[in-house]
Design a protein around this ligand. Structure first.
Ligand SMILES: NC(=O)c1ccc[n+]([C@@H]2O[C@H](COP(=O)([O-])OP(=O)(O)OC[C@H]3O[C@@H](n4cnc5c(N)ncnc54)[C@H](OP(=O)(O)O)[C@@H]3O)[C@@H](O)[C@H]2O)c1
Length: 332
């Protein structure tokens, strides 16, 4: 991600590529309908879409906030897998009415979706608020997915057991908490871009935990995942000041998490390696007894979560806060 990561000594692990996971379990994606958010030529979601297409799903619904961002990926799929139907869905995650329109109107004809992968996100952007008045990272990275899940759930339930909802998060979850008393950082006056990114990732992971618990009896798979460190469009706000700030968090190559435990960021991954844990969440049958878990490098990684994230009281508090913010109830 940044230069500071290159300076860290670490044990290199052999990362799995998307192709490896698909070779093992990809048959289960044949004929399925899959929705992926945040598709572009540079994004992990773009790579994920290309890889998923090789498993011959029936339909890929690919979202972006501008069609031109997703069109290179759509063109590649049409060229290489002409039998896979691809549909573009315009989705601006910083606007709750756009989310409603996309799902309630543009997707009204789709009654069943087997897998949903929420990968769209933004990291450490300068302070801004959404059309509805929310801090940008909290909304785009988390709250939009809360609303999307509410609106998409009937279609996912129609797909039945073994369908999935994958919430892409980040190892930044280890550095953050939900600032429940001031979720918007006093209208920006106490805003720190990296702290807000961490908060939004805590929200993503906690949301997957609550949702996984609520949906486990229906057999709907829910996981949050850390794709690892991948060079993409995400680093666009990582300027020199922010790099220095992140570098200052390291001591002897380690960062200390919220509970005071030292940890090391992962080695750099390719996009295919980044997308592979998303596919693990979607279809690896060996983890199905752990609904709601946080995954990293294709494996369960709840042991990396700190106490604030694991506290069930906080999951409920976040759920209730989210309902209040979107001004809609969401009972599962
Ligand atoms: N890359 C990493 O090292 C890394 C590490 C940990 C976690 N992650 C997570 O992985 C996910 C994917 O990131 P990436 O690395 O693929 O980054 P990326 O290349 O920047 O992709 C993010 C996508 O999200 C879209 N997006 C941003 N704001 C949006 C909005 N308001 N409405 C709709 N779409 C919006 C972007 O659209 P535009 O193209 O229009 O900007 C882009 O297509 C993120 O959620 C990130 O938090 C990434």
């Amino acid at each position: 991600m940044t230069d500071y990561q290159l300076q860290i000594p670490r044990t290199e692990v052999i990362l799995k590529k998307s192709e490896d996971i698909l070779e093992q379990y990809g048959k289960s994606l044949f004929g399925k309908t899959i929705l992926v958010t945040g598709v572009s030529n540079e994004s992990i979601a773009g790579e994920l879409a290309l890889r998923l297409a090789t498993a011959d799903p029936k339909l890929l619904i690919l979202t972006a906030r501008a069609e031109s961002r997703a069109s290179p990926i759509i063109a590649k799929i049409k060229e290489t897998k002409p039998d896979v139907a691809v549909r573009f869905l315009n989705l601006e995650l910083s606007d709750l009415s756009s989310i409603h329109k996309a799902i309630d109107t543009d997707l009204a004809d789709i009654t069943k979706i087997d897998h949903v992968v929420f990968t769209a996100g933004v990291m450490a952007c300068p302070y801004s608020i959404t059309k509805d008045g929310f801090e940008m990272q909290f909304c785009v990275n988390y709250l939009a997915n809360f609303l999307l899940t509410k609106l998409l759930l009937p279609k996912i339930q129609s797909a039945g057991p073994s369908s999935s909802i994958i919430v892409v998060a980040s190892s930044a979850v280890r550095q953050g908490i939900i600032n429940f008393d001031d979720i918007g950082y006093s209208n920006g006056s106490t805003y720190d871009s990296f702290t807000a990114y961490c908060q939004s990732n805590v929200a993503r992971v906690m949301f997957a935990k609550s949702l996984g618990e609520k949906l486990k009896d229906q057999g709907i798979r829910v996981y949050s995942i850390d794709p690892g460190s991948v060079t993409t469009g995400l680093q666009q706000h990582m300027d020199e000041d922010l790099q220095k700030k992140v570098a200052s968090m390291f001591k002897d190559g380690f960062i200390t998490d919220v509970d005071g435990r030292p940890w090391q960021p992962q080695q750099r991954s390719t996009r295919s390696e980044g997308a592979s844990t998303m596919i693990t969440g979607m279809i690896d049958p060996t983890i199905s007894g752990h609904n709601g878990a946080y995954l990293k490098q294709n494996a369960l990684a709840d042991d990396e979560l700190h106490r604030h994230v694991l506290k069930e009281e906080n999951w409920t508090r976040l759920w209730e806060l989210s309902e209040e913010l979107i001004q809609e109830s969401f009972s599962v």
